[in-house]
Ligand binder design. Structure first.
Ligand SMILES: C[S@@+](CC[C@H](N)C(=O)[O-])C[C@H]1O[C@@H](n2cnc3c(N)ncnc32)[C@H](O)[C@@H]1O
Length: 378
């Protein structure tokens, strides 16, 4: 097991696989799906993989709300301590005091917690009814044992290890499950992820790349996490947190914001009144190598332009599938080069060019054809 202060430990911890989600972030996000569909969890089996059931906020939140959500079954699993890149919590009393405690398994085996009935006969199903056991294996989500749990569930919810994000998404999609997971904006341009977004099989959740109370999404990190940069801070209890820009939720569950149309001005009005100096009293630029206009800000999409438009990747947080069609993505420095769905731009890097200069990575969109005056599909 890696020990605190050891170099190997620090290097591994930098993989950012041990970031822990805050209760309030889970609550705020889940509320958005319940608002859209109060029965979203009704009679559903929810799996929380890549968790640490005895203390994870995901397990706590769903166990506490088991009856309110009408859940059928809650399953959460954790990865063996030996396999983790950093250890946040010491052996919990829950495990140590249990008759099931096994010192030969505690570090090498994953754990499973299940909630499906009123075990303690208190008259309600809640966190006190969670049953636990060691898994046969280490709890790797790719193991046959955890795959079986995936197959029996309806909705998969977690903050997966950042280093395995692509694999984790494929693991969900292969089984055709509903999901709500945390990820970073960079993932949008991965060749495994973008096609899912383009084809409306995955979208950004209610909160994505958005500051709340002046902060990006903030995660608890292990004590040993090296404090670098301004985005790391310690609270009054000495706990360390990192605030990560460009982070948020990805899902295939419906939520209200996804169906709100973007309110936009015409091209003429944008040129006259835009708050962006790049557009005011100027023309929308055209790319040299692709028949589309450059729209450098999502709020400047001209409501009356029927051709193809290149918009920033952050457009996706405002994307309404009834209003727009996504055509493709251009690559840019630091992005995956072989993304499926790039319109062919004729240059080696597949980046849109304006007056001989590369622009930023862009998503190419156009309005859906059947539309009323607000560009909403009839
Ligand atoms: C980003 S943390 C999130 C933990 C927890 N879900 C939360 O949000 O508070 C990802 C977790 O996945 C675990 N993990 C890493 N690789 C894994 C794998 N192959 N299978 C299952 N879990 C894994 C890590 O040990 C870590 O606990």
């Amino acid at each position: 097991m890696p020990s605190r202060g050891n170099t190997l430990y620090s290097a591994k911890a930098d993989k950012k696989d041990e970031f822990y989600t805050q209760y309030s972030d889970i609550q705020r996000e889940v509320n958005a799906y319940l608002e859209y569909n109060p029965d979203v969890f009704k009679n559903k089996t929810v799996l929380l993989p890549c968790d640490d059931p005895e203390w994870s906020n995901f397990t706590k939140f769903f166990a506490q709300n088991f009856e309110r959500f009408g859940l059928k079954k809650l399953i959460s699993t954790s990865y063996a301590n030996d396999k983790k890149s950093a250890i946040y919590i010491q052996l919990s009393l829950f495990e140590k005091d249990s008759i099931k405690f096994d010192k030969n398994k505690t570090n090498s085996h994953g754990k499973i917690f299940i909630l499906d009935r009123d075990v303690n006969k208190s008259g309600k199903i809640d966190i006190n009814d969670l049953k636990w056991d060691y898994l046969e294996g280490d709890g790797d989500f790719r193991s046959d044992e955890v795959k079986k749990l995936r197959d029996e569930s309806d909705i998969i919810i977690t903050n997966p290890p950042f280093s395995l994000f692509r694999e984790f998404v494929s693991w969900i999609i292969d089984a055709n499950k509903k999901f709500l997971i945390i990820g970073n904006i960079n993932a949008i341009s991965y060749k495994e992820i973008f096609p899912l977004i383009k084809n409306n099989k995955m979208w950004t959740g209610n909160r994505f790349n958005q500051r709340v109370d002046g902060k990006n999404m903030t995660f608890l990190v292990p004590d040993s996490y090296e404090m670098k940069g301004t985005e790391l801070y310690i609270d009054k209890d000495g706990k360390k947190y990192i605030s990560v820009s460009g982070t948020g939720w990805f899902t295939n569950l419906e939520h209200g914001r996804r169906h709100q149309p973007l309110q936009l001005m015409s091209m003429e009005d944008n040129i006259r009144f835009s708050k962006h100096k790049e557009l005011r009293n100027k023309e929308y630029k055209k790319y040299d190598n692709y028949d589309a206009i450059e729209v450098p800000f999502t709020d400047s999409i001209p409501s009356d332009y029927s051709g193809i438009m290149g918009v920033p990747i952050t457009f996706l947080t405002k994307y309404n599938p009834e209003q727009f069609l996504i055509l493709g993505l251009s690559a840019s420095a630091g992005y995956d080069r072989e993304i499926v769905g790039i319109p062919f731009l004729g240059n080696r890097d597949a980046r849109p060019i304006i007056n001989g200069k590369n622009t930023y990575a862009r998503i190419f969109i156009r309005f859906k054809e059947t539309k009323n005056e607000n560009n909403i599909e009839n």
